[in-house]
Ligand binder design. Structure first.
Ligand SMILES: Nc1ncnc2c1ncn2[C@@H]1O[C@H](COP(=O)(O)OP(=O)(O)OP(=O)(O)O)[C@@H](O)[C@H]1O
Ligand SMILES: [Mg+2]
Length: 243
C-alpha cells in the first residue's frame, strides 16, 4: 500500500475553547483510497472534517498532509496545500451556469491550466460535460452535489473531503455521485467522506471508521465493517437521519 497522504492523530477540536467535541480522533487516507466515516448523529463526524479543513478550533493532536504538518492551518491555507472540502450544502452558485461555477472554482489559474482542469472536471463527471450552460438553480440535489465535487476539483486537491455527499438523494442518484467519486479515486485523489448512507458508502470504500461520542469506536476494511454484526446492528440498519 502507498504511504498515507493524510495522517490525523489524536485530533481534539470543537467550537468553544476548552469544550472539545472531537476527542483524540485519528484517521489516515492514502492516495487513490476512499475512506468513509460513519456514526450516529452528533458523533462529531462533521466537526472532525471541519477540524482538518481549518474551519473549527483545533485544540490538540496533529494533522500531516503530504508529509507536511498542517495542524490547525486556516481554511484558505488548507486549500493551497491541496485539501478540498465539500460541505453538505450551499456549495454552488445557483444563479450561475455549471461552466461558470467551475471557472470560478479555478479563478486564480492561468488560462492554460484553467483549461486543463476544466477538462478534467468534465472527465470525472460526464453529466456536467453535457450540461455546461445549465444554471445551478435548475439542477437537482444530486446534480448540485456533482457540481460541488467538480468545483472543488478545480483547485487540484490531492485529498477531497465530503460531508454527506448523498444526503437526501434518490438511490439511483446516490449511485451516480458515488460513481464520480470512484472515478476521482481512480485518478489518484484521496477521498475522505462522512456518510449517513453507511451501507452504500462502505460498498464503494476501501476502509471505514466508526465515530461515536467524539471518539474513534471502530475501524477496518470497508468489506469487514459491512459484515461486522456490531456495526450492522448499530449503524447499518434503517436508522433515520434526525437532523
Ligand atoms: N456550530 C456549532 N456550534 C456549537 N456546537 C456545535 C456546532 N455544530 C455542531 N455542534 C455540536 O457538536 C456536536 C457534534 O456535531 P457534528 O455536527 O460534528 O456531528 P455529526 O456526527 O456530523 O452529526 P450528524 O450525523 O447529525 O451530521 C453536536 O453535539 C452538535 O450539537
Ligand atoms: Mg454531520
Amino acid at each position: 500500500m502507498t504511504a498515507p497522504l493524510l495522517i490525523a492523530r489524536n485530533v481534539v477540536a470543537g467550537y468553544v475553547a476548552g469544550l472539545p467535541i472531537v476527542h483524540d480522533v485519528s484517521c489516515e487516507v492514502s492516495p487513490g483510497e476512499i475512506v468513509t466515516i460513519i456514526g450516529p448523529n452528533g458523533a462529531g463526524k462533521s466537526t472532525f472534517l471541519k477540524a482538518i479543513a481549518g474551519l473549527v478550533r483545533f485544540e490538540g493532536g496533529s494533522v500531516t498532509h503530504d508529509g507536511r504538518d498542517v495542524s490547525g492551518l486556516p481554511a484558505h491555507e488548507m486549500v493551497r496545500v491541496g485539501v478540498g472540502f465539500v460541505p453538505q450544502t450551499g456549495n454552488i452558485f445557483t444563479n450561475l451556469s455549471i461552466h461558470e461555477n467551475l471557472v470560478l472554482g479555478g479563478h486564480t489559474l492561468a488560462a492554460q491550466e484553467l483549461k486543463r482542469r476544466l477538462a478534467r472536471a468534465y472527465d470525472v463527471s460526464p453529466f456536467l460535460a453535457g450540461r455546461k450552460t445549465s444554471l445551478g438553480r435548475v439542477l437537482s440535489g444530486g446534480q448540485r452535489q456533482m457540481l460541488a465535487v467538480a468545483r472543488a476539483l478545480m483547485t487540484d486537491p490531492k485529498l477531497i473531503m465530503l460531508d454527506e455527499p448523498t444526503a437526501g438523494l434518490a438511490p439511483k442518484v446516490v449511485d451516480e455521485v458515488f460513481a464520480d467519486l470512484r472515478r476521482l479515486a481512480q485518478s489518484g485523489v484521496a477521498v475522505l467522506m462522512v456518510e449517513q448512507n453507511a451501507k452504500a458508502a462502505l460498498r464503494i470504500s476501501d476502509r471505514g471508521y466508526v465515530l461515536a461520542e467524539g471518539r474513534n469506536r471502530m475501524q477496518g476494511k470497508a468489506a469487514d465493517l459491512l459484515t461486522d454484526s456490531a456495526v450492522g446492528e448499530a449503524f447499518l440498519g434503517g436508522r433515520k437521519h434526525a437532523s
